[in-house]
Structures are given as C-alpha cells and as structure tokens.
Design a binder for this molecule. Structure first.
Ligand code: ADP
Ligand code: MG
Ligand code: MG
Length: 916
C-alpha cells in the first residue's frame, strides 16, 4: 500500500527535510524540526500526490488515505493526551496547506478544528476561560465556513462588527464571553442560511472536509495566478498538514509571531520579526492589529526570547540559509510552527550570500547559485535624486518594507492598477493587501499600505516580487469607495485621489506627492562588487558585453562589468538633432553626388562618436554595425504629408507657420511650402514599402548605396587612428547586418576592407588589428553559416530579427495577441523576451556548429534583447558562444546567469563522470 501519511512529533518524524516533493515545504520543515528536537506540536502530513489523486478522482481520495490518517491521528492523541471530539478535554487541530514551493497566503489554513457546541463547553471548563473557548469557536466557524463551505467572509465580518458596535467597543479583545456566544449564534444562522445545512458538529467530518478544502485551494484563482507568475507547475499539488493546535490567545502569557534570522530587506545579520500578545494565527500578518517588534519579546519573556534565538540560529546553521519562521507561545511555552528558507529582496540575497561565505557557512559556488539573476535587477534599479525631492510634499513616512524607489500614479484598487498600468506607471495604495490583490501588486511599480508591519501580506509579497513597498503609513486614511485618501501632513490634511502622481521609497519608507527624479544605482558598492567578483570567476572565459551607442552608456556598461561593446547601432546617432537634417537631405538626394555631399557632413560627426566609444572602451572590443533601418524611418510620414498638403489651400498664416516649423529641416519657407511638400511627398512615396521590415534595409542599403558604407567605414577607421594616437588600445569589429548569404557579406566586406586598409596605411598603422563580421538574423544566413564563415570573422546573433523572421512574426504586431497566445500556452513565454530555444535556438545552434567547421576560431556572440535574459544566456553558454551582449543595466544579470550556467554544466559533467 502506498504511504500517503507521514507522522511527526514527540522528537521524531517519519519524514525528513529532504522530502519536499512529497511533504511540501511546510511538512518537510515540521518533520525536520521534530527530528532535531525542536518543540513542534505533533501532527501528520498527507502527501502532495493525494492532491493530484483528489482532482483526478472527482474530488475524492483513496480510502487508504483516510485509514492512514485515522491511525496517525491516534498517535497525535496519544502524544497530547487529548482526544478529538472529547467533550471534556478536546484535542483541537490545525489543517494547513503546504506545497513544495512556498506560496505565502495563497492557499488555506483552518485553525481550532474539532470544536462544536459540546467540545467548546468542555474547553471552556477545562481552561476555566470561557472567553477563550468561545473566541476559538467563532474563529473556527468563520474560517471553516469560508474555506470549506464557500460562505462569503463578509457575512461573518458584518455580524461581528455589528456586535462590536452594539457593545460599543473598539478592539476585538474587549468582547466578552457573552458577546462571543451571541456571535456564535449568529454565525451558525449565517451558515444554515448560506450552506443550507447546519454547521458540521462531527469533528471527523470536519477534518475530512477541511483537508479537501485545502486541496481545493490549490486551484483558487489567486493560487493559480501566483503559480503562473512564479512559474510553478500546476501538477505539483499541495500537501495537507494536520497538527495539534497550540494557543497564542489564551491570555497575556501567550503570543504568536513570525520572524527571520536576518533582515530580509537588507540582508543584515539582525534578528528580525514581530509578535502579538494574546493572538492567534494570521492576526500578525493580517495587519489588523499592529504587532510589536521582536526585540521587545525579550522584555516580555526573556526565557522564551533566548530559546527562540537559540532554536532559530540552530535552524539557520542546519539549513545553511536564512530562515523564515513562525512560532506561538502558549502559557509561557514556546512552539515552532514553521521554518523555511526565507524570501528576500535582491540586495538581501546578495548580502546574505556574501556574508555566509565570510561566515564559512557556505562555499562560493553555493553563494553564486543562491541569487537568482533576476534578483540583481533590484540592485540595478534607480534611486531618488535627493535634490528633486526637495520640491515635493512629503505625504508620509511608513515602514520600509521592500527597497527601491518608484514613481507612478495612484490606483486605489488592484483592478484599477492593472487597467491604469497600460497607460503608465502605477503605485497601488491600499489600507492593507490580501492575496486577492496579487494581480494589482504585480501590475504596480510600487505598493503603499496604510496599516500593517514588516511581515504584513503586502510586505512579504512585495519583497518576493522585488517591488518597492511602504507599509503602515498611519497618517494615510483611505476611502476606497471615493478613491481618495486623506493624509495628515505637516499639520494640515491633504486629499489625494486616483491618478495623482506620487513618489515612494521602499528603502526608507517615504512617500511624496509628485514626481521625483530617479538616479542610477551604484554598481560599485562593496558587497555587490564582492559578489560579482565571485560570479565572474565561475563563468570562465565566457564574456559579457553591452549594447551601447554613445560614450556615456559605454562607461555605465563598463562600470557594471561589461567587457566590450557587442552592438553599437550607428543609426541612433543619425537621429540626433544636429544630424537629422543631413541624414534627411542625403536620403532625399536624387544623385550619388548629392548624397556624397551630405555624407561628407555626417562623416566628422560619426568619427567623433566612434572615437568617444573607442576611448571609453580602451582595451576592450567594440562591435559597430553599419546602417540597418529602412530609410523611411528618417523622413516624415506619408500620411502626415498628405494631410498637410490637403490642408494647405485653406490654411491661415498661423497654420502655415506651424508647417514651416514642422518641415524646417527641408529648408521650407511659407511661400515654398507647396512645392517643397509636393517634392517631399513624391520622394517619400518612392521610399514607401509594403513591408519595410523585410524591405530595403540592412546590408541592402549599403549594397545599393555603397557610399554610405564607405562613409561609415571611413568614420570608424579614422576614429581608430585618432583614439590610437591618444594611446588607446582599440579593438574594432565591423558588423554587416541582415545578410541572407555570403554574397552580400562579400560585397560589403570589400568596401569596408578597402577603406580600412587605406586609412590605416596612411596613418602608418598597418599592424592595427580589426575584424569584419556579420549579424546572423535571417534564417538563410544561419542555414548557410558554413559559407558565411568563409568571409565572416565573427558572428553575432541578432535574435530580435532572427525570431521575427524564423517565426514569421512581427514583434510589434505580436503584442496585439500575445496575451491570448501565452494564456492558451501556445507560446511558453514571449519569444521576444525569452529566446525560443526549440525553434530559433535550433538555427542558432546549427549556425554556431557550421560556422566553426569552416573557421574554428570564429568569434560568436548574441546582441539581441535575449542577451540579458537569464535562461537565454544559459542557452548561449551551452551552445558555445564566446559572449552575450545586452543593455548596460543587465550586464551583471547576464554575468551571473553565465556563472550559474557554467556551474550547472560542470556539475552535470561531474555527475556523468561519477556514474560512468
Ligand atoms: P501559511 O502557509 O499561509 O503560512 P500556515 O499553515 O503557516 O499558513 O498557517 C497560518 C498560521 O496559522 C500560522 O502562522 C500560525 O500562526 C497558525 N497556525 C497554524 N498551525 C497552527 C497550530 N498547530 N497551532 C497554532 N497556530 C497554528
Ligand atoms: Mg505559515
Ligand atoms: Mg536586426
């Protein structure tokens, strides 16, 4: 018979910490703690497989599951000396979900199970605390009613608040036993009316229903959404942990709390957490009462505090990672309810990894594997420019829950946040968040809440997502219905409304009215630098370059660790204000002679740009791509010209002046408007293409107009000479875009080579090395890579266009139906963000192999958007590229992804050697 149920408690356990697949994270943690002698209330775990069986069998479980559960229950009864349903001294249970990967608050937990009309009286008598007993029962009815019977929580809340109102009290704790008894009566009526049955009185029936409800919560919409976001498989299922209750709500010598062994926001080695006296379960994280910081636990009960520190320090050592723990103190005795590796922000992940190496708790390899490349994003995000904050009104200082600065417009509900996010950045503002806000939090740049502490739902989830978050802004009172908030700031009340701009800083808890200026982060902080140094070692000689067009970006890239420029898009330089007129004039020229005249004006400008790049990248390779986009991108839109021409006959002088301003680059005056616009339209129509993406662009331009390539080659090599004269070590690589076969490359290479040799010879620099290579972005070029490599000294995969052309899918048009495609799982992910390894990747792999067959020392890299996306970087590493190139801010992410790919690959080959 398969084993479906694993017991724990009393200093032993059937399972252990390695069994996350079967027991879930919570279950394996409880088993491991129990084995280690940590005080854990006894219980048992129903394995995750049962969750799948449950859904495969019409929401029923094999009978053996029940049999094994009753047996395990008997053990819990033995260990606690209490019996489920015993009228005199009832055993109460908690029924808790727990998947392999933690999904905080996404699934359900039911506490105080086993109470009914009879056992509640027994509990009251046994504890001599009727208030406590009734409070447990009303909580149980409420939780069970909602979770297992599908009754709207609001119905219970209304009845509860009505009673509070009647009793004229503010705090829940002020309700008397009699009040609570009355509430129980009302709750039972609610259940009867909504579920058309009495509240179940049989504790065993309660237990089965609660377990099934835990399984059902696996498919709750918020849980599904969370899995999708975190890329957790739907098939893993949740385990169900059934465990003896301990009570943090029996009086003032009881409490419940949560904490971390280090600060999950900064990673600092401080004991971190919160607790609430005389409270149960979710009270701490729900943000209803504001809890006390855990440092105050020492004053409350020094013995408990010391024991908690000792246990959690032991757990951290044992798991060799920062722990996130939950505990309850019942009448002065400490119980641990959960431990797991804590979720943390990017900065904390780096800090903890580096510190743990210093503490000799983990080795460097483990440290490098501990930080998800995407987490580095948070260290690379902007902070506020202090000066720009001076002119803004400070609204509030709340609790710094998740670091980072964000600017956006206020949204008062999660649905509004999702909607508004399409039009620009949004800050979600809520009294508190619940798991139902997950989509709004995901859509928002930052989150602000009025209540709650550092372990409130908002704080925990925001940190996991890497969203800046400020919680507990007591000065803000929110009117959700009106979509406004009143803020007491500096003695007066400010009312903010939906759509107002705010700037919030999750690093220090400040919230401002208005838009602050953000500033680039510091790539040179010591901890970050130390971490990157470790990572760099592991990725071996695999390089990371940056895509950068101007010296400023190039310098930023070097600061972030870039080892060259993998793509300089020369056309970006042509869009600058002082160049566009010459570029436009060149395009509109009818003859080669006229074109050359314009190109001569552009030459010194390009030379200067290139020289700046070479100087900034002293000693590092710089890939410069010749002109790529279709020419019509540089001239006015055909439709606009047609509209203006149509308007012209009836235009007044003001309108005409506006037109002159609009077309000033074409030397137009009021009196020549008509002829110039007509000429312009004619030329624009000549240039018009049905499908410019596949039209006259890339190397095709240089083939039709060799003088453009000539000018660019001259600019590049004169810049090489100028930079070299200043003592710089220049490593130029000229890249020809959009070839479909070797012939196009031959044509362009000949032009570049002729100019290069001429310029270098003249400067007496015949020995200067340079490479001429090509972008691989058309499937034909990839297929014929062996031929292409005869001429190409390097390949760089332009995976943006290669994805478009391989999939026959335009990147810009895909956004119109991407949602449906990804929801229906036709595409696993956006192929323009994450490289399609299966299809496009096959061409890449083929081309690398074929290219190297012809030219073994062929340098190969990638310069598409994918070069900074971790899973794509891993792919590039695996197929044997020499480097990836990405935007400057993603360089550390790519470096880390490469290091992890190298470590994983080495371990896999080590594994193979061992088993061989
Ligand atoms: P989650 O997965 O959302 O963290 P848990 O299963 O940890 O849910 O339960 C939530 C809270 O319920 C716990 O933090 C704890 O306070 C309370 N709880 C769970 N089990 C017990 C128990 N056996 N005794 C007392 N409180 C419990
Ligand atoms: Mg928990
Ligand atoms: Mg391209």
């Amino acid at each position: 018979m398969p084993k479906y149920v694993y017991s724990f408690g009393g200093g032993t356990a059937e399972g252990n910490g390695t069994m996350k697949d079967a027991l879930g994270g919570k279950g394996s943690g409880l088993a491991e703690m129990s084995r280690a002698g940590v005080p854990v209330p006894p219980g048992f775990t129903v394995v995750t497989d049962v969750c799948n069986l449950f859904f495969d069998n019409n929401q029923t479980v094999p009978e053996e599951v029940n049999e094994q559960s009753w047996k395990a229950l008997a053990e819990v009864e033995k260990l606690t000396g209490k019996k489920l349903g015993d009228a005199a001294d009832p055993l109460l249970l908690s029924v808790r979900s727990g998947a392999k990967f933690s999904m905080p608050g996404m699934m359900n937990t039911i506490l105080n199970l086993g109470l009914n009309d009879e056992t509640t009286e027994g509990l009251a008598k046994k504890t001599s605390n009727p208030r406590f007993a009734y409070d447990c029962y009303r909580r149980f009815i409420q939780m069970f009613g909602e979770v297992a019977m599908g009754i709207d929580m609001a119905l219970f809340d209304e009845a509860f608040d009505a009673r509070k109102h009647k009793a004229k009290i503010k705090l829940d704790t002020e309700l008397t036993a009699e009040d609570l008894k009355a509430i129980i009566g009302e709750y039972k009526k609610i259940v009867q009316k909504a579920a058309k049955r009495d509240f179940p009185q049989d504790p065993r029936e309660q237990m089965v229903l609660a377990r099934n409800a835990v399984f059902n919560s696996w498919w709750a919409p918020k849980a599904s959404y969370y899995r999708k976001m975190e890329k957790i498989s739907d098939r893993l299922g949740t385990a169900c942990n059934i465990q003896a209750m301990v009570f943090g709500n029996m009086g003032d010598n009881c409490c419940t709390g949560v904490g971390f062994t280090r600060d999950p926001g900064s990673g600092d080695k401080v004991f971190y957490g919160e607790f609430l006296v005389n409270a149960q379960g979710e009270d701490v994280v729900a943000g209803i009462r504001t809890p006390q910081p855990i440092s105050e636990l020492r004053d409350w009960n020094a013995g408990v505090y010391d024991q908690l520190r000792e246990i959690t320090a032991m757990l951290e050592k044992h798991y060799k990672d920062m722990q996130d723990f939950e505990f309850t103190v019942q009448e002065g005795k400490l119980y641990m309810l959960q431990t797991r590796n804590g979720k943390r922000t990017g900065p904390a992940a780096v800090k903890v990894a580096v510190d743990m190496v210093d503490e000799k708790l983990i080795d460097e390899k483990t440290a490098v594997m501990r930080v998800a490349p995407s987490q580095l994003d948070q260290l690379l995000h902007p902070v506020f420019d202090a000066a720009s904050l001076k002119s803004l009104t400070k609204l509030a200082t709340g609790i710094d829950a998740s670091p980072g600065a964000a600017v956006g417009r206020l949204a008062f509900t999660s649905d509004a946040a999702v909607e508004m996010a399409e039009g620009g950045p949004v800050i979600l503002i809520r009294k508190e968040t619940t798991p139902d806000d997950i989509h709004g939090m995901d859509a928002a740049r930052g989150i602000v809440t009025a209540v709650g502490g550092k372990s409130s739902h908002a704080a925990v989830v925001a940190r996991g997502m890497g969203r800046p978050c400020v919680v507990g802004c007591g000065a803000i009172s929110i009117n959700e219905r009106a979509k406004t908030a009143d803020v007491k700031a500096g003695g007066k009340t400010i009312t903010v409304k939906q759509g107002d701009w705010v700037s919030m800083n999750g690093t220090n808890g400040e919230v401002y009215l208005g838009q602050a200026v953000t500033k680039a982060p510091d790539p040179n902080s010591p901890v970050f630098a130390k971490f990157m140094k470790m990572a760099k070692v592991f990725r071996g000689d695999f390089g990371v370059r940056a895509n950068a067009d101007i010296p400023r970006d190039a310098k930023a890239a070097v600061a972030f660790g870039a080892e060259g420029i993998g793509l300089c898009r020369t056309e970006h330089m042509f869009f600058a204000e002082d160049r566009l007129p010459h570029m436009q004039a060149m395009i509109l020229s009818e003859t080669e002679k006229d074109r050359r005249k314009c190109l001569a004006k552009l030459l010194p400008m390009q030379r200067k740009d290139f020289q700046g790049l070479f100087e900034a990248m002293d000693g590092l390779p710089v890939v410069i791509r010749t002109i790529d986009p279709p020419l019509h991108e540089f001239v006015p839109k055909r439709e606009e010209l047609m509209v203006d021409l149509a308007k012209l006959p009836n235009a007044d002088i003001k309108a005409k002046r506006e037109m002159v301003e609009r077309y000033k680059n074409f030397g137009v005056e009021v009196k020549t408007l008509k002829t110039v616009l007509q000429d312009l339209l004619k030329r624009v129509e000549d240039l018009h293409e049905m499908n410019p993406m596949l039209g006259l662009r890339g190397c095709r331009l240089g083939i039709l107009y060799p003088e453009i390539t000539e000018m660019q080659a001259r600019a590049i090599f004169e810049a090489v000479v100028a930079a070299a004269k200043k003592g710089k070590h220049v490593i130029p690589e000229v890249m020809i875009p959009l070839i479909g076969g070797v012939q196009e490359l031959e044509n362009q290479k000949a032009i570049v080579k002729k100019i290069a040799d001429e310029v270098l010879q003249k400067a007496g620099m015949k020995k200067q090395k340079y490479l001429i290579g090509t972008m691989i972005e058309i499937p034909r070029a990839a297929l014929l890579a062996d031929q292409v490599a005869r001429e190409a000294e390097f390949f760089s995969f332009g995976t943006n266009d290669l994805t478009q052309t391989t999939m026959g899918l335009s990147r810009d048009d895909y956004t119109k139906f991407s949602k449906q495609y990804e929801e229906k799982k036709i595409f696993k992910a956006d192929p323009f963000g994450v490289l399609d390894q299966e299809g496009v990747g096959l061409l890449v792999k083929w081309a690398v192999e074929k290219g190297r067959q012809t030219r073994p020392d062929l340098e190969v890299g990638i310069c598409g958007e994918h070069g900074g996306e971790p899973s794509s970087v891993e792919f590039c590493y695996r197929v044997g590229m020499n480097y990836v190139s990405c935007s400057p801010y993603r360089v550390p992410i790519a470096l880390l992804a490469a290091a992890q790919a190298a470590i994983t690959k080495n371990e896999a080959s080590g594994e193979a050697n061992r088993t061989a």
